[in-house]
Every structure is written in structure tokens, then in C-alpha cells.
Design a protein around this ligand. Structure first.
Ligand code: NAI
Length: 432
């Protein structure tokens, strides 16, 4: 279902009318076409507080030329902000330049982890979160603002590259934390070459886009979907030179059957399959509750346990699960779905450190907001329009936006990203 309002708002009369009427003014986002991989402008590197971060070598590798005029990207290193006084330097750094940041540009504020024993540092660093989220809501013109808390600039390179590229077009108002990780020697053009990825629910929608994107990045992709979607799964697999696996993820032996199909193991496991059976709780029989918890959560837990336990996920592997903003904010009519997706957040946060320590595997989640798929095309018009506009970018996301975020989490250089839940929601007004 095409977003006609977005197209109209981009015409001269549309711009005039939407401005006069105080209506949302979405701009078409600059996404990632292979021919135009960079933001198309320069990078401005600013600092607030006394930073000890060695950022310059990493920023030099982003392919963004230095730019102090009308930058496409601004990186503000605020890792050294330790008290309220230093927050004035955040204001002083960004206040003069914020107007000049190009459309679809990026502002990335770098912060430090919150200190457990210094409440002035913790207050100042937490302040950056409110700052970033507020700036994201007011900046407009397809520009995004995110906070990256880091300790090691080298280990955060894949994350910085993602946030400073068109791949993160629909990721805004997010707080991401990266730790330390051994340096990975990667081919940035085809980072997943030689790796195998499995995408559940890959026959259509977001899953198909994830499969295509991981294949673009070099992975051999296995497209898993229920037998009824076999034809679509085979078509997607054929297009990207992968294979299809007809399997219901809730089958008791799903883990064993996946293992049997992957004799050389698996490097990237994407739990994308998901269903909705909406009804308010008062009208929801158990028959609508159970399948949603079974597909969206129990199946994910069972297959993860089986594949990790049997050593099918190779060391250096990546698990990316799919949550939803409905699981973070709650949504009327979705107690079953919201519960299942919040469960994914619990699973990711708890399992991440153990999976890394015991198996060398990271575990993260994407939490999509309103994404233009068949699922959301079926939503009644008014609710659909509200879903599209109620975010800082005033439009829906595309399956490719979730796919690019998944590809960043699946990246061999993303070993320092673990236990994160990253919303791909254009900074939806729903939830934190
Ligand atoms: P979709 O309905 O278009 O695709 C889901 C795919 O999963 C289908 O191909 C389906 O056959 C497959 N599937 C369902 N049950 C399965 C099972 N038991 N075993 C194997 N495969 C199964 O959905 P869409 O929109 O692409 O969503 C993908 C994921 O993203 C889901 O987890 C969904 O909950 C989540 N999500 C989607 C949002 C959106 O706006 N579209 C928003 C937030 C989250």
C-alpha cells in the first residue's frame, strides 16, 4: 500500500499545505542503494568534555570526507562528559551546527557507560539520553540522532559505520552500548562471505528482505518457512542462490532438522518468523493466545537452545531475534503478541553474556516499529495512517530497514554488540 501522503508532501503544493496546516512533513529517506553507499556529504567531528577516545583512525575509515560547512554526519564525542558543567559543552558544540546538517543526515553522540560509583558522571551521561531523544524528535528532514555508549572505538567500528550510513535510515532516538571485542579482519564490502545464515519466516515480508540483504553481504542463506509457504520460500532462495527449508519452527524436532540441514554449522541465525492473532484480552480465547506465544517465543527459545546446545552455531556466530515496539510499549489488542515480543527482550538480555562466554556467539534483537509489509497493509486505513505518522520521521519503515539493522548485528566485526535491543521504528512515539 503506497504512502501517498509522503509523495504529496514532497510536491511544492504539498509542502506549502502541510506547513500551513501544521501537518507532518516526511521527506523521502536516503536509503542504501549499492551505487550510492555513503551519505553523500562530509563528517564533522566535535568533542565535549575531555575525551580519552582514539576516534580519528576509525572515522577516517568511514569514507566520509571532513566537512565543517553543511555536514551529512556529525559525531559528537561526549565520552568525557563527567558532570553537569560539561553538558554545557554539548550544547555549545551542537547548537551552532544543528541547522546546517544535511537532509537525511546523521548525528551520533558518543557517550560512556554509566559509572556505578560516581553519580555526577552517571547523571551527566544519562542526560545525554534525554538530549538525544529530544533532538531526534525535533530535528526533522529525515535526519536521525542516536547515542552510542562505548569504551573502545575500534570495537565499535561496525556500529559507527552503520549509524553513519544510509543503512540506518529508520533508526533514530536509539541508545546502543558496545563493549570490547578482539579486532576482526573483515572485507567491508562482503563481510559475510563464506558464512551461512538461516532466516526463519524468510518467504516474504521482512524475512525475505533479511535473506536478500545477508546474501548481498556474501552469506549462503537458508530460507526457512512453513511448508504452506514453500513456493515463496523456494522463489526467494533461488533469487539469491540459497536453499529453502520447509519447516514449522514450532515443531518439537525443529532444532534437529535445522542441524541436519546444516552439516557445516551456522554463523547467523535470524529468528524472524512471527504471527499475530489480535483480540482484546476479554475476547481472547486460549486458541488465539497459545499459537502467538508458541511461534514468537517458545519456538525461538527451543530452537536457540537446541542449536547452541548441539554446537551448531559456530564460534563468532550471531543470533538476531525479532522483538517489536508492541513488546516494549504495549498495544491494545495485542496482549499475546506484546507478551511474546517482550519475552524476546528478556531472552536476549539474559542469554547474551552466557552465549558469548560459552559459545563465542552474540545475541541481539531488532524491534521493528511500523514497517510497510502485507501485515501492516491489512491494517484499517486510519490506524495505518496513525502508525505511519506517529514517529519522528513521519513515515513507515521498509523491510530493508530492518534487514540492514540485522546485517549490522550479524556482521563479523560486531562482536562488541551484545544483548542490545535496537528499535527500527523511526523513533516511534510509542514506548521508551
Ligand atoms: P509476515 O507475516 O509478512 O511474514 C512472517 C513469515 O513468517 C511468513 O512467511 C510466515 O509463513 C512465517 N511463519 C509464521 N509462522 C511460522 C512458523 N511457525 N514457522 C516458520 N515460519 C513461520 O510478517 P512480517 O511483517 O514480515 O514480520 C516479520 C517479523 O517482524 C515478525 O516476527 C513480526 O512479528 C515482526 N514485526 C513486524 C512488524 C511490521 O510492522 N511488519 C512490526 C514489528 C515486528
Amino acid at each position: 500500500m503506497a504512502d501517498r501522503y509522503l509523495r504529496f508532501a514532497g510536491t511544492a503544493p504539498g509542502r506549502f499545505l502541510t506547513r500551513r496546516l501544521g501537518l507532518p512533513q516526511p521527506v523521502p529517506l536516503h536509503r542504501f542503494p549499492p551505487g550510492r553507499p555513503s551519505l553523500g556529504g562530509g563528517l564533522l567531528h566535535l568533542t565535549a568534555g575531555k575525551s580519552a577516545l582514539d576516534l580519528a583512525p576509525v572515522l577516517a575509515r568511514t569514507d566520509l570526507p571532513a566537512d565543517t560547512g553543511a555536514p551529512a554526519a556529525v559525531v559528537l564525542d561526549a565520552t568525557g562528559v563527567r558532570d553537569v558543567d560539561a553538558l554545557a559543552e554539548v550544547h555549545a558544540a551542537l547548537h551552532p551546527v544543528v541547522r546546517s546538517v544535511a537532509s537525511s543526515g546523521r548525528i551520533v553522540v558518543l557517550g560512556s557507560p554509566l559509572a556505578a560509583d560516581d553519580h555526577h558522571q552517571a547523571a551527566a551521561q544519562q542526560a545525554l539520553e534525554g538530549f538525544v531523544r529530544s533532538l531526534g524528535k525535533e530535528i526533522g528532514r529525515g535526519r536521525t540522532v542516536n547515542l552510542l555508549r562505548l569504551t573502545d572505538a575500534g570495537a565499535a567500528e561496525s556500529t559507527l559505520r552503520f549509524l553513519l550510513s544510509p543503512r540506518s535510515a529508520y533508526v533514530s532516538g536509539q541508545v546502543i552500548e558496545t563493549g570490547a571485542a578482539p579486532r576482526a579482519d573483515v572485507d567491508w564490502a562482503r563481510p559475510l562471505a563464506g558464512r551461512t545464515a538461516l532466516v526463519t519466516g524468510g518467504a516474504r515480508g521482512i524475512g525475505a528482505a533479511v535473506a536478500v540483504t545477508l546474501a548481498r553481504d556474501g552469506a549462503r542463506v537458508v530460507v526457512l518457512d512453513v511448508p504452506q509457504a514453500g513456493q515463496d520460500a523456494r522463489r526467494v532462495a533461488e533469487e539469491l542462490g540459497g536453499t529453502a527449508l520447509a519447516l514449522d519452527i514450532t515443531a518439537a524436532d525443529a532444532g534437529e532438522r535445522i542441524a541436519a540441514a546444516l552439516p557445516d554449522g551456522l554463523d547467523v541465525l535470524v529468528h524472524n518468523a512471527g504471527i499475530t492473532r489480535d483480540r482484546r484480552l476479554v475476547n481472547m480465547p486460549a486458541e488465539r493466545w497459545s499459537p502467538v506465544l508458541e511461534v514468537n517465543l517458545a519456538g525461538v527459545l527451543r530452537t536457540t537452545d537446541a542449536l547452541l546446545g548441539a554446537g551448531v552455531v559456530n564460534r563468532g556466530g550471531r543470533i538476531v531475534a525479532t522483538a517489536s515496539i508492541a513488546g516494549l510499549a504495549g498495544n491494545a489488542g495485542q496482549t499475546n503478541y506484546g507478551a511474546s515480543k517482550a519475552g524476546i527482550v528478556g531472552l536476549v538480555r539474559c542469554l547474551a553474556p552466557h552465549a558469548l562466554a560459552e559459545h563465542g556467539v552474540t545475541v541481539n534483537a531488532v524491534a521493528p516499529g511500523f514497517i510497510e509489509t502485507r501485515m501492516t497493509a491489512a491494517v484499517p486505513l486510519l490506524i495505518r495512517e496513525a502508525g505511519r505518522r506517529m514517529n519522528s520521521l513521519a513515515q513507515g519503515g521498509l523491510p530493508a530497514d530492518v534487514a540492514e539493522t540485522t546485517a549490522w548485528l550479524a556482521h563479523p566485526a560486531s562482536g562488541a554488540v551484545n544483548g542490545q535491543v535496537v528499535r527500527v521504528c523511526g523513533q516511534s512515539l510509542l514506548g521508551a
